[in-house]
Design a protein around this ligand. Structure first.
Ligand code: PMP
Length: 283
């Protein structure tokens, strides 16, 4: 696999980052994941905008222009002959040459790394069965709107889900669902789509923004507000969204089946609309 590191395209074995890199020592880094379908990038503009916002929130320099970033994505797709999968992008505050909590001076340039991952995104077998989730206490830091690589708690939540024999965990704070371990969470009740409103408590999903816009255009009712885990268990259906799962039905929460226990109509319809529309705009 050819990866991109600080301006160079290299075989993965030759790509190197310093042991003093702040991404490695402090998780002082931000990331983005975009999906590739048919060799094209889905929702590039949205991901580029959110990247810029994450960098700004952390007062981190941006080492690359949006145009160049798009070119790197295209080069990686081409050099790796990627037709379906993901591109992972990470920017860290760089390598100050030592370990120190304080941010380094401006002359330390950020480290930028991108690599591809192959995956079957369209024919994900989970679409037919739907996902099962458990609820876990949300123990992440309070700025989840910044897409940092500080992902230890989401990894632990995923392991709790695995140990419980289910697919994912929905994180709960003060009785209310924040989001899934790596996705935004939704319930559907009496035809209404309910998902948590934006704030510091959740990541502002790029797929979320697109799906809500398409749902509105399709005259579906939307309520952006916190919902409790108990309300979720009484919902007619549920689903999640993320760049790599698109729209994915959820059929069970903490062992409680939703509706008839099968993927819901609204969830499947939204998946279809999302794929159709976002493929049209893919670059
Ligand atoms: N919430 C969290 C915590 C996530 O990690 C992700 C995916 N990285 C999302 C939501 C979904 O965001 P997007 O639709 O931009 O992939």
């Amino acid at each position: 696999r050819i990866v991109y590191v600080n301006g160079d395209y290299l075989p993965e074995e030759e790509a190197k980052v310093s042991v003093f890199d702040r991404g490695f020592l402090f998780a002082d880094a931000v990331y983005e994941v975009t999906s590739i379908l048919d060799g094209k990038i889905i929702a590039f503009d949205g991901h580029a905008k959110r990247l810029k916002r994450s960098l700004d929130e952390l007062q981190m320099q941006n080492p690359i222009s949006t145009e160049d970033l798009l070119e790197v994505h295209h080069q990686l797709v081409k050099r790796n002959e990627l037709t379906e999968g993901m591109i992972y992008l990470q920017i860290s505050r760089g390598n100050p040459g030592d370990r120190d909590f304080a941010f380094p001076s401006e002359d330390v340039t950020p480290t930028i790394v991108l690599f591809t991952q192959t995956a079957n995104l369209l024919n994900n077998p989970k679409v037919a069965t739907g996902m099962k989730v458990i609820s876990v206490d949300d123990q992440r830091w309070a700025r989840r709107d910044i897409k940092t690589t500080q992902l230890l708690f989401p990894s632990m939540a995923k392991m709790m889900a695995k140990a419980a024999g289910v697919d994912d965990a929905w994180m709960v704070e003060d009785g209310h669902v924040t989001e899934g371990s790596s996705n935004n969470a939704y319930i559907v009740k009496d035809g209404k789509i309910i998902t948590r409103n934006l704030g510091h408590e959740i990541l502002h999903g790029i797929t979320r923004a697109a799906v809500l816009a398409y749902a509105e255009a399709a005259q579906m009712q939307i309520e952006e507000r916190p919902f409790t885990i108990d309300e979720a268990k009484k919902a007619d259906e549920a689903f999640i969204t993320s760049a790599s799962t698109f729209v994915m039905p959820v059929v069970e929460i903490d062992g409680v089946a939703l509706g008839d226990g099968k993927p819901g109509k609204s969830s499947l319809r939204l998946r279809e609309i999302y794929l159709e529309e976002s493929l049209k705009q893919a670059v």
